[in-house]
Write a protein that binds this ligand. Sequence first.
Ligand code: NAP
Ligand code: GLV
Length: 313
Amino acid sequence: MQLLMAMTGKDGTEWLNAVRDAMPGAQVRSWTADDDAAADYALVWRPDPRVLKGRHGLKAVFNMGAGADALLALAKEDPELVPESLPVFRIEDAGMAGQMAEYALYAALRHLRRFREYELQQRVQTWRPLRPRLAQDFNVGILGLGSLGAEVARRLVGWGFNVRGFSRREKDIEGVQCFAGDKAFDAFLTDLDVLINLLPATSQTHGILEKKCFSKLRRGALVVNLARGSHLVQDDLLDAVRSGQVGGAMLDVFSVEPLPSQHPFWSEPAITLTPHISAVTQVNESAAQVSKKIAMLERGMTPGGRVDFALGY
Ligand code: NAP
Ligand code: GLV
């Protein structure tokens, strides 16, 4: 079996070794610009279009991360690169959900216990206890209840927060008040103290974090974007934090990454930035997951995590 790998922006050698270890029977190679040989499976992350160009005979493509938006954008530009008949699978959790939960929990606790406000007070040597708040009275909403969002929701429930979740289809997660579909969006948002975004980037979710959405939250709420920069209308967030409607934001993803040096987010005191690290793809776990999925495909079975081109995730 021939496996072709193309991992833009990742340590190609580390990935190659992990996949070789996970699939000792396979011939695994890294893509080079002159590679036009056949392959059974392609394992890619934000690939150069030439990786897939004319690569006939592929049985499936593995998107080596949770969000398949970059790959689907390639498919949209040139349907011959990734035809809809070619199965595309994404990474499901593989060690990412726990990391997301840590990030989300930190954000929620920091806001609940007013640590940012105390940091600001310390800078001006102010000793002033602020009104305490309790987790059970704190409404935390998670946009997206998939591999990552559902685990984040469960962990926050464990910490005593009043947790809501929003998804396309109905869900039943113990302790989580689940909302589904566009009609339920306003009810989901109303009076949230923390809004955490874990939606895929699709045409339906583009710009979902915008003025009207912010206006439904409890005044001073925290907005946490851990999914994609395209979900956020940046000027609306700046207006909302400057007016106080949004009390702060923790942002891990941006429309342009790295965030350009002149971007106003860098110097906005109410915004905390991280460089797309909320959940880093785990090399060995991901290689093991792909190995299992390929074994299933070879046996004629259908593994989970197939990307739906029409839905965009
Ligand atoms: P997933 O398993 O596909 O879950 C997506 C969730 O979003 C599902 O619950 C889905 O609803 C819901 N959804 C999709 N479209 C919707 C819509 N129009 N309205 C309401 N709900 C909608 O994805 P995942 O593995 O949890 O990953 C989520 C995203 O996190 C990725 O796409 C990626 O962009 C981002 N991510 C970021 C990082 C980082 O380091 N910052 C790391 C990994 C992933 P259904 O359940 O009803 O289908
Ligand atoms: C990272 O952003 C991913 O989608 O896995």
